[in-house]
Design a binder for this molecule. Sequence first.
Ligand code: PMP
Length: 354
Amino acid sequence: MNSLFRKDLSDFKPYEAEVNNCKVILNANESFINIEKQLEDEIISVIKDIEINRYPDPTGEKLRKIYGSYSGTDKEKIMIGNGSDELISIICNTFVNSGDKIVKLNPDFSMYKIYGVLHGAEVLEYDLKEDFTLDIDDFIDFINYEKPKVVFVSVPNNPTGGIVKKEDILKLIKSVNSIVVIDEAYFEFYGNTVIDEIDNYDNLIILRTASKIGLAALRLGFLITNSTLLMELYKVKPPYNVNSITQEIGALIYENKQVIEDNISRILREKSSLQISLLSLSERINFKLYPSGTNFILIEIYEAKELYEYLKNNGVSVRFFGKGRLENCIRITVGNRDENRLLLEAINKFLGDR
Ligand code: PMP
């Protein structure tokens, strides 16, 4: 049987999505606000009208129109995906042949590498500086030397929370002959975007997701680009990739921009108070807090593994990476007030127990 398997995947490690029984879940950058509950009656009523015996709208016309006005772009430039994960896969499948190079940052979102490898690419990683900032000129030189087909950059970065200035992103896009994917998964928390630049560059693709604004269960992502690249990407997109329930709920929620904005403000308020508390803790013991343009905070602490395990044993789940530059880092998603309090109490207890 093994002879039928792909040899190049024999040592391949799939993405490990942690399932846990912790009471406080701060490990996956989800929103602590369940947006579907807030619009429950309307959601039930749109679901009732769905013809479940029919295939979904293949391009999600209505949803694209609504997302277009939410995001300030034209619906003709948008493709919908089953989460932005699927759109990353579609990008690789569209542009990468076996043996082609793709470039991602290190650290950055791991799915770029996973889909790159699955599509047979040689995945090159370019290291961020010691403080997790990007040397943009050196990065451009690296890309022009390696000549990859596709470059992936998340802005803000997951897992560091760091940002790249808009002028640097534009410099990158115009200085290289590769497709540049700017993944704006955390756009709502950061506020800056290059979406208004779509028509100015022939090699720019933007990704967005509904997962961070309270809709992770829906699996809904958006790709925004020019019509030439979009035509290529449509060759690869599975026809009915986003189901009708997701399309309808997505359309309803993106029409309620005020609800989304209020939730984001609430998350940002909790983030500020969590940052302040962590900062005062970090003065007591030696740990570092990285600046964040997202709904999570990366901390660097010598006993990261012990702290991660202690938190887990005390019902608080955070993200621990345990290798490379992230060896001593823990990523904490901002929770609600009670969750953040439980987290801080547990960290305090960990420090006291040492
Ligand atoms: N890009 C980045 C940078 C992310 O952090 C994530 C989610 N962790 C995704 C894409 C994937 O989002 P989705 O849930 O839409 O697949």
